[in-house]
Design a protein around this ligand. Sequence first.
Ligand code: FE2
Ligand code: FE2
Length: 242
Amino acid sequence: MTPVDFREPDEFVNELDSMRAETLQKVRSGQHGRLSFGDPQIPPSERKEVAAILKLLMYPERRVADVLASRIPLISDFDIKERMAAQMFEELTHTGLLRKMLNQWGHDGDVGWNQPLKELVHIFDYIETLETPAEFFSTFLIGEGLFLSTYLDDMQLKDPKAFSPYLEVALADEPGHIQLAKDALARYATTAELQARTRASARRLLDMFLGGYVARIRQLDEELSATGDISAFAESEAQKVS
Ligand SMILES: [Fe+2]
Ligand SMILES: [Fe+2]
């Protein structure tokens, strides 16, 4: 007999997706701070806000490729393995574009990787400890989904040209990463017990994502204040909740 707390695969994926949507609403409300894009009259290459955002995106883009690389040998389904390898390649392409833009603008393109925020490091360290494919992919559904809708969609809405060419390429690829996470979850979260564990890992990642978001806004705030170039928009919003 099917246990009462077992959900059909599609329903289960929808459940996790609505958890993600709730967190997204909180981020969109601004209660955790907002990204600051600076003065649009200044060319992006000279705008500190734009470079600071690109530097902060570097760690997750690069680390996600490493996390996928170490998990691929543990996945036996060939179609999923192949899609993970494709995602890994795309994440490294995004990383390469970020580095190139920063280096061309006279910044150190590797600073975001060499001096990451500890909150971001902890997210990926946590993902690496997860034992089952279902738990692993739950963190991708949450993490990839929120990354797309909090950072990239915001950049696209406010100032898409400033983040070109990174943004167009990343925006085109990210929906496929979310779809892979959904398909893998539907395939691997096959028992009530696995679904319970997967719900817990998704919940944990939501909390960590919010913590990482607040830390990033705080770092941007500090970095921009240090140069005397802060925009009033990002100012103190993050501090209210930190
Ligand atoms: Fe990416
Ligand atoms: Fe991605």
